[in-house]
Design a protein around this ligand. Sequence first.
Ligand SMILES: [Zn+2]
Length: 249
Amino acid sequence: MKPNETLWNFPSTNGNGKNGHHGHNGCGGHHSGKHGLHDDIGDDHIATSVETPVRPDAFEVDDDSKIERIAEHFRQIMEILGLDLSDDSLKGTPQRVAKMYVKEIFSGLNPANKPEVTLFDNKYKYKEMLVEKDITFYSNCEHHFVPIFGRAHVAYISSGKVVGLSKLNRIVQYYAKRPQVQERMTRQIAEELKRVLQTEDVAVLIDATHLCVSSRGIGDVNSKTVTAEYSGKFQDMETRKEFLRYLEL
Ligand SMILES: [Zn+2]
């Protein structure tokens, strides 16, 4: 790689056959035909790891440069689609999309945006589970880049420390603002809750609609996807049932 040719100038990254298709190779199925590899993983929504696959150099470039580059590429996509970018209604779109990607809907890729959580002593000696339910989130499917939206419900049992309630919402929003797979998002939220709350006793349940399932592809407008992660005391059936009962209130 030449000095001024970083992964950020990446038109050739997938062309050399070495760097492309990370994590897509083992997903089986037929690899023939021009859609081969991409379609194999596409509608099956397989996550390859609990960590979002982010390159080590992902944050060497600042947000403004990313916005500039994405806008340039998005403009090309629109042009290839045949849109007239000189039209007043369209000309600002590449810049708007780029800014939205970096500053809003994919801002959770950047660890700098991770919510800082301060713990407090559990002075009330509250020993029961705390449930923060109906946390509305908007994410995007990493296989199609169309929205996943729904509600997340999280719970924990204090190990002696508590957090401000809004932090639970913020942790959900942080992991939602990435290209995602619902199963991974569920686990990422659970792992972060365990880390910040210093307890294994956490539960996460996500109930979501995937536009890649409802608005295209199979076109099922009614189906929803539910994922859950229960750890520590939530692996006990009674505790789990109690959590699920609170969600019905
Ligand atoms: Zn999808």
